[in-house]
Design a protein around this ligand. Structure first.
Ligand code: GRF
Length: 208
């Protein structure tokens, strides 16, 4: 399968996917990286592996319609089977969310549905978790639907929260989990082991 990864920033999740994909052989490959930001460091990461990159920024494409059409054309041209949002901070147009139903994944740095929805991204998620005094947090990979962070949950993994944690130490430990479960979810998808039944994900075979 052909995968497009959408980013906006550092791209550590993209890096984890690229590294995992080295052992995927012809099962799956990342054939396109799209960034919503001109200067996203993730673009450099993609270029190091000769993965085609495109910047769809407000700076380059004034109108949302232009950006949407360009993204649609790119997905078509690259015959993309799976879209992965990896720290992508722009909204995905509804038309694309619908076209890629259960073929677009997102990684969120909390155990959904906690600390989710508009405004919950990046460091803010961890600040809220610490404010609430949660004893465990973690990361979630889910399919994207029209509700922010609302799609079927694919994989989750927890970490213990220490009293001494601050948002940065927590973010660092959650990112490590993200880098583990996102490539795992993509591989399961590529192996055809993911089924969605009544908006819930059934994983066939072992989740090794
Ligand atoms: C991180 O906060 C991560 O939790 C979320 O998006 C942010 C960007 O991570 N998924 P990176 O660009 O993949 O390093």
């Amino acid at each position: 399968i052909k995968i497009a990864v959408l980013i906006s920033g550092g791209g550590s999740n993209l890096q984890a996917l690229i590294e995992a994909s080295q052992s995927w052989e012809d099962l799956a490959e990342i054939t396109l990286v799209v960034s919503s930001q001109e200067d996203a460091y993730g673009l450099q990461r993609a270029r190091k592996y000769n993965i085609p990159t495109v910047v769809l920024s407000k700076k380059r494409y004034a109108s949302a319609e232009e950006r949407e059409q360009r993204l649609l054309d790119l997905l078509e041209e690259h015959s993309i089977d799976l879209m992965v949002l990896a720290g992508y901070l722009a909204m995905v147009p509804r038309r694309i969310v619908e076209r890629y139903e259960n073929r677009m994944m997102n990684i969120h740095p909390s155990l959904l549905p906690s600390f989710s929805g508009k405004g919950y991204y990046g460091i803010k998620v961890h600040e809220e978790a610490l404010d609430r005094g949660v004893k465990v947090t973690g990361a979630t990979v889910h399919f994207v639907n029209e509700i922010t962070d609302g799609g079927p949950i694919i994989l989750q993994k927890t970490i213990e929260v220490n009293f001494e944690d601050d948002a940065l130490t927590l973010q660092k430990r959650v990112l490590e989990i993200e880098h583990e479960i996102l490539p795992k979810a993509v591989k399961l998808f590529a192996e055809g082991k993911i089924e969605v039944i009544n908006n819930k994900v059934k994983i066939n075979g072992e989740v090794k």
